[in-house]
Design a protein around this ligand. Structure first.
Ligand code: PLP
Length: 377
């Protein structure tokens, strides 16, 4: 039997996130409540609750796919497949595109959902490092060296998880150039577009940069609605069937209830308000985190994330990232994700787009442990 590669980050979350007092391990903003969404999107709840609890249109109903397509210049509803979160979209992309003998290229550190699927299907995954000293820039020489004519996918998460960095124009061009040169597909996981800290303009999609692009997104991050479990792929028409046939195996369909709520949330006014809410939480949260990290300037450093609720914090303490996270949980009831889960020790991922009082209280607990570790040394 082939080796199975567990999804390290998600396994860590499943095992530890429930019941913890200060959960700073999530990647999204503090989620919205159903009643808040109903008000914000002016949803007619009587009509919503009269919906049959039935299987919906398997690829997503037409109106929803029209709204999604409108977010991608040149896309039409027939380019869109609605999935159970970006998670299913990533799984379908790996299954639909790669064949035996192909390889895929991924960056490190990143969210390993698509590469993990490819590994578990028995494919070769090549790794290109992001360079922290250059603001997590792509090592473009390494990229050029690993891409060849058997590279089927170049996988990008933009803005990235766990660093929150947005690819520079130069790095984007290098990725598109490598894909064009080799004939590879760019699979772009863009769930953090719309969560920028320094601009209200969402990070542009890779859609339209190359004729082989799969753009993936969902309601989970920029819209603060992860529990809808609703995402999508935007793909060239010749790939739709390939992904759709696998979607029937994986889930049949997302739920009708979620499709209806996503449809309401993606109307122009609610959509803008949801993104504004997410950006507000993200911007304030990072300021609060920065203040707390500044209490230990010789311990903490961070490349300020350009987007997302997450910071990938570097720390100088005589403990591994696993040990730091373990002690934070055991001694302070605080959960962060150790960098080891992203293949990079000496770091942890911290999510700060949370109600401010709770965030400050939890950060004080984190700094209390840092003080103790320094005193033990
Ligand atoms: C880059 C990235 N893609 C996909 C997902 C999963 O998204 P969804 O909730 O839409 O399944 C996450 C969740 O953390 C993520 O960080």
């Amino acid at each position: 039997m082939m080796d199975f590669h567990p999804f390290a980050v998600e396994q860590f979350l499943s095992e530890h996130e429930h019941g913890v007092r200060f959960n700073f391990s999530e990647s999204g903003v503090h989620p919205m409540r159903y009643d808040e969404l109903f008000r914000l999107a002016q949803i007619d709840t009587e009509a919503l609750f009269a919906t049959l609890i039935d299987y919906p249109q398997v690829n997503g109903f037409d109106g929803l796919r029209e709204k999604i397509a409108a977010l991608y210049p040149g896309a039409a509803p027939q380019n869109v497949l609605v999935t159970v979160g970006a998670t299913e979209a990533n799984t379908l992309a790996a299954a639909a595109l790669i064949a035996p003998g192909d390889n895929m290229v991924r960056f490190r550190p990143t969210y390993e959902q698509l590469p993990g699927n490819a590994l578990n299907l028995g494919h070769e995954v090549r790794v290109v490092d992001l360079v922290e000293e250059r603001g997590w820039a792509v090592d473009t020489a390494a990229l050029a060296a690993v891409v060849d004519d058997r590279t089927r996918i170049i996988h990008v998460v933009n803005p990235n998880n766990p660093t929150g960095q947005i690819l520079s124009d130069g790095d984007r061009d290098a990725i598109v150039g490598a894909a064009q040169h080799s004939g590879a597909w760019i699979v772009a996981d863009e769930v953090y577009s719309g969560t920028e800290r320094n601009t209200d303009d969402p990070t542009p999609s890779f859609w339209g940069t190359h004729d082989r692009v799969i753009a993936i997104n969902s309601m989970s991050k920029a819209y603060g609605l992860p529990g809808l479990r609703l995402g999508w792929l935007v793909v060239p028409e010749e790939i739709v069937d390939c992904a759709w046939r696998r979607h029937e195996y994986a889930s049949i369909a997302a739920s009708m209830f979620s499709m209806k709520l996503a449809d309401a949330a993606l109307a122009p006014v609610p959509r803008a308000r949801l993104m504004e809410r997410a950006r507000g939480l993200i911007r304030r949260g990072f300021e609060t985190l920065s203040e707390a990290l500044a209490e230990h300037p010789s311990v903490f450093s961070v490349v300020p994330p350009q987007a997302s609720a997450m910071s990938f914090v570097k720390f100088a303490l005589p403990v591994t990232s696993d040990e730091f996270a373990r002690r934070l949980l055991a001694e302070e009831d605080v959960l962060v994700i150790p960098g080891s889960k992203f293949g990079l020790d000496g770091h942890f991922r911290f999510s700060s787009a949370l109600p401010d009082g709770h965030l400050r209280e939890g950060l004080a607990h984190m700094n209390a442990l840092v003080g103790r570790i320094l005193a033990e040394d």
